[in-house]
Design a protein around this ligand. Structure first.
Ligand code: KIV
Ligand code: ZN
Length: 536
């Protein structure tokens, strides 16, 4: 056998059991409609998970229907239904799964003293009997049965071994070890899996699975410890959603196994990594639960850089065809690393972004643009591409005066309703409009808007005087935000504050119109120009 094949076959295949539709769906605010569950299940199939835990059929008619529908319509992964160790629940779950080709019944029962005594009020003996009879009942209807001793990490070890042994003898081929309350730590959890493998006499007739909750932020680490100690199935969810603080996150587990060289050599999954980001987005949209921005792998900022030192590293390594990050964003279906421009980004970042947008600026143009960028960045969290383009357009005088203000007349004061008349010109065409408003500036802006019908929001309007005295020159700064959220700034000065306001508004609107109609003409970078030349 060739060496490459030999080494591939040595890898342990880790089964990915996704419980987004069950454990995650149980968490507050994550409820999905049957249609949405089907949509998520289809995406999980594209993602390549091995098992989809589709729901808890005995809990409601809606759950029953949705598990039944997923089992009959989704092909690829095994479809699993969860049931308590109660015979009527087992039967109902088996019924929901009947329509599926590859199905699994997952039976669970609390085994810890806290749950046995405080919730179930059953003795150890009774708990073993319930587990055994439920697994047997399940096996009489479904070939593949998984058993979970709930709260396993707080269960006496000898009793845990006894229940697990009984469940395997009754026909369970997967034993799942849940850290139900997320109480374990990696060394302890790994040790538990290792000891179970050593102590349960019939354990080699079952696969060991792990199911870790994130109450102490250790779900992924504990799951990994389980894998390193012989577990071959990981139960996890998209975006780490799940009861309370959530479950181990699918994307983290899968990417860890693929990223660390020593793990990649030993383990593999069937996940199509390019579908990870899309799956995360879908679950976010369907549940309405946002992904925290700094969430590993799928968070908004997971591949975003803004500080000057990091951006410098990103740009340098990118130029060498290398990558700053340990995971390439494209690998999980994201577009690329992002450089977010903030006041800490530095000149290199601004130049890099401008080059990406197609601008080649001289040193002095760049310096002036950078100074204006800094002034803007100091007032805002981040500067968008549109705003950067607007600054360049100003600096390179690329913005044209598309509409010119030819005439302005305002009547106001006393009991008069403030009314403005404006005449605007676009090339040789003239437009006139009259409007009234709650004040003089309002009436002018309304009259202008009647002519330039561009949807936008007035974000900011400030007046300051440039010189002192009653004949002071007033300066107005206006910021408007267009439909895409791009902010355009306009400035106008005059001894008449109404006129200064009109000028500032016209300038901001001209920029927005300019962008809406195609944006500033880009100066091609040398590379782009060369490429264009080659093509012609
Ligand atoms: O957390 C848990 O113990 C569970 C079981 C049903 C496996 O979700
Ligand atoms: Zn759980």
């Amino acid at each position: 056998m060739p060496a490459a094949k030999r080494s591939r076959s040595k890898k342990t295949r880790i089964m990915i059991f996704d419980t987004t539709l069950r454990d995650a769906e149980q968490c507050p605010g994550a409820a999905m409609t049957g249609e949405e569950k089907l949509q998520v299940a289809r995406q999980l199939a594209r993602l390549g998970v091995d098992v989809i835990e589709a729901g808890f059929p005995y809990s409601s008619p809606g759950e029953f229907e949705s598990v039944q529908r997923i089992a009959s319509e989704v092909r690829g992964p095994t479809i699993c239904g969860l049931s308590l160790c109660r015979l009527e629940g087992i039967d109902r779950t088996a019924e929901a799964l009947q329509a599926g080709k590859k199905v699994r019944l997952h039976a669970f029962l609390s085994t810890s003293p806290q749950h046995r005594e405080g919730i179930l009020r059953k003795s150890r003996q009774e708990v073993v009997e319930m587990a055994v009879s439920s697994v047997e009942r399940a096996r009489s209807q479904i070939d593949e049965v998984e058993f979970s001793p709930m709260d396993a990490t707080r269960t006496e070890f000898d009793f845990l071994c006894e229940v697990v042994e009984g469940a395997i003898d009754a026909g369970a081929s997967i034993i799942n070890i849940p850290d139900t309350l997320g109480y374990s730590v990696p060394s302890e959890f790994g040790e538990l899996i290792r000891r179970l493998r050593e102590s349960v006499p019939n354990i080699d007739r079952a696969a060991i699975s792990v199911h870790c909750h994130d109450d102490l932020g250790l779900a992924t680490a504990n799951s990994l410890a389980g894998v390193l100690n012989g577990a071959t199935q990981v139960e996890c969810t998209i975006n780490g959603l799940g009861e309370r603080a959530g479950n181990a996150s699918l994307e983290e587990i899968v990417v860890i196994l693929d990223t660390r060289r020593e793990l990649k050599r030993r383990f593999s999954t069937g996940i199509n990594m390019k579908e990870i980001y899309r799956s995360s987005r879908l679950v976010r949209d369907v549940t309405g639960i946002p992904v925290q921005p700094n969430k590993a792998i799928v968070g908004e900022n997971a591949f975003a850089h803004s500080s000057g030192v990091h951006v410098d590293g990103v740009i340098k390594l990118l130029e060498r065809g290398s990558s700053f990050e340990i995971v390439r964003p494209q690998k999980i279906g994201r577009e690329k690393s992002e450089i977010v421009l903030t006041s800490r980004s530095g000149r290199k970042a601004v130049r890099h972004r401008l080059a990406e947008l197609g601008y080649e600026l001289s040193q002095s143009e760049l310096e002036k643009t950078y100074q204006r960028f800094l002034a803007l960045a100091d007032q805002r969290k981040e500067v968008t591409d549109g705003e950067l383009e607007s600054l360049v357009a100003d600096e390179l005088r690329l913005t044209q005066e598309i509409y010119a203000l030819d005439y302005l007349h305002v009547v106001s004061g006393g009991t008069t309703i403030p009314t403005a008349t404006v005449r605007l010109r676009r090339n040789s065409e003239e437009f006139q409009s009259v409007a009234s408003g709650v004040g003089s500036v309002d009436s002018v802006y309304k009259a202008i808007n009647d002519v330039i019908k561009l949807p936008h929001k007035l974000v900011d309007y400030t007046v300051s005087s440039v010189t002192g005295g009653t004949d002071a020159l007033g300066e107005v700064t206006v910021r408007i935000s267009d439909r895409a959220g791009t902010v355009h700034t306009g400035r106008g000065s005059s001894m008449d504050i109404i006129e200064a306001s009109a000028k500032a508004y016209m300038q901001a609107l001209n920029k927005a119109v300019f962008r809406a109609e195609g944006g500033p003409t880009r100066r091609k970078t040398k590379k782009k120009a060369k490429r264009a030349k080659r093509r012609t």
